[in-house]
Design a protein around this ligand. Structure first.
Ligand SMILES: *Cc1c(COP(=O)(O)O)cnc(C)c1O
Length: 366
């Protein structure tokens, strides 16, 4: 028996209770009509949290990283110019994935902790095939202006990582011009890790690679997964076998999405905002310094500088041993000098804020 933890790291976060309970329900077969209904409803609710009407919106059976892979492998033709905004670890990864797909990558580098400089990204190449950016950089706790990228994208496709923004902060794929978007379940959606909510516009789908290097992630075969009818809009057409959908995980995602939409998407965003602002104010009152640029901080993921003379790893260990709280270390070059504290999904609550602050005070002796 593993003791219960407060997972306040960047991920996984504590799931919503509804999502956990769904995992204990009797298992459905992946072609059971009841499961097909759950899948159709899940895709419909995903459209709402993405802010899209695209019929090609579904949970890929793989983690967020596979969502990134699917996004690039299906849309990058060899030699395509792909402009990538890099302001942290996940932007860096995008450049690697795009290069492996044969892209001519134009990487627009930013200082970590800063938001994407939209003008510089849009000016980086006169006619890119794709512009890619991370909406919520989990490595630094920074939000970037995706709407402005969409407004200036021209003929390019806009490819966005929404892993840490979906279900936590405002996200409007259609209004903002997102053509290809991928996410994950374990951050603000409040589900265990393992699925990649994905969406692609008709425009991007028409330009896709006909025979992508990946068989499993070939979006042209998605009809076999959600059903061609599902792809066309919510019908109950014949499914063909592509792979065995992880039915328990889809049921869990269905439960979390139902809970989010019952609460109201805007209310959920407001709950994240209130929790993040309270945590950030409390940390500053303790004399700690925040890492992410002011005005661009994510409420769901707070980055804070480890004070001088404090051993980051010892503090994280004591939080875990004494209070059952997991917070994240910094990413990449900031591994030892920054902490990352998540308030995502179910954790975006006042009691989680108070617990995190009290435990840190205790361990730091402040
Ligand atoms: C967590 C994360 C990913 C990777 O998701 P996995 O589920 O760990 O594969 C990608 N991008 C961002 C911004 C993330 O926070």
């Amino acid at each position: 028996m593993i003791s219960e933890r407060h997972l306040l790291g960047p991920g996984p976060s504590n799931p919503y209770p509804e999502a956990t309970r769904a995992l204990a329900d009797p298992l459905l077969g992946h072609l059971d009509p009841e499961f097909l209904r759950v899948m159709d409803e899940t895709c419909e609710m995903l459209r709402t949290v993405w802010g899209t009407t695209s019929a090609r919106t579904l949970p890929l059976s793989a983690t967020g990283s596979a969502g990134m892979e699917a996004a690039f492998v299906n849309t990058v033709h060899p030699g395509d110019v792909v402009v990538v905004a890099v302001n942290g670890l996940f932007g860096q990864r995008m450049t690697d994935v795009a290069a492996r797909c044969g892209a001519e990558v134009v990487s627009v580098e930013h200082e970590w902790g800063q938001p994407v400089d939209v003008e510089r990204v849009l000016a980086a190449h006169p006619a890119p095939a794709i512009i890619a950016a991370v909406h919520a950089e989990t490595s630094t706790g920074v939000r970037s202006d995706v709407a402005a990228l969409g407004a200036g994208k021209g003929d390019a496709l806009l490819l966005v990582d929404a892993v840490t923004s979906i279900g936590g902060i405002e996200l409007r794929a259609d209004d903002w011009g997102i053509d290809i978007g991928y996410a994950g379940t374990q951050k603000c959606l409040g589900v265990a890790p393992g699925l990649a909510p994905f969406t692609i516009s008709d425009r991007a789908f028409e330009r896709r690679v006909q025979t992508p290097r990946s068989w499993y992630l070939d979006l042209g075969m998605l009809g076999g997964y959600v059903g061609e009818a599902g792809v066309r809009q919510g019908g109950t057409g014949q499914r063909t076998y592509h792979h065995t959908a992880p039915t328990a995980m889809v049921a869990s995602l269905h439960a979390a999405l139902s809970r989010i939409l019952d609460e109201g998407l805007e209310a959920v965003w407001a709950r994240h905002r209130a929790a993040g602002e309270a945590l950030q104010a409390g940390l500053q009152e303790m004399g700690l310094e925040l890492f992410a640029a002011e005005g661009h901080r994510l409420p769901e993921l707070t980055t804070v500088l480890v004070p001088d003379g404090v051993d980051s790893a010892v503090v994280r260990r004591e939080l875990l041993d004494r209070h059952g709280i997991e917070i994240g270390a910094g990413a990449g070059p900031y591994a030892a000098t920054v902490w990352r504290i998540g308030l995502m999904g179910h954790n975006a609550r006042p009691d989680a804020v108070l617990l995190a602050l009290a435990a840190l005070k205790d361990v730091l002796g402040r």
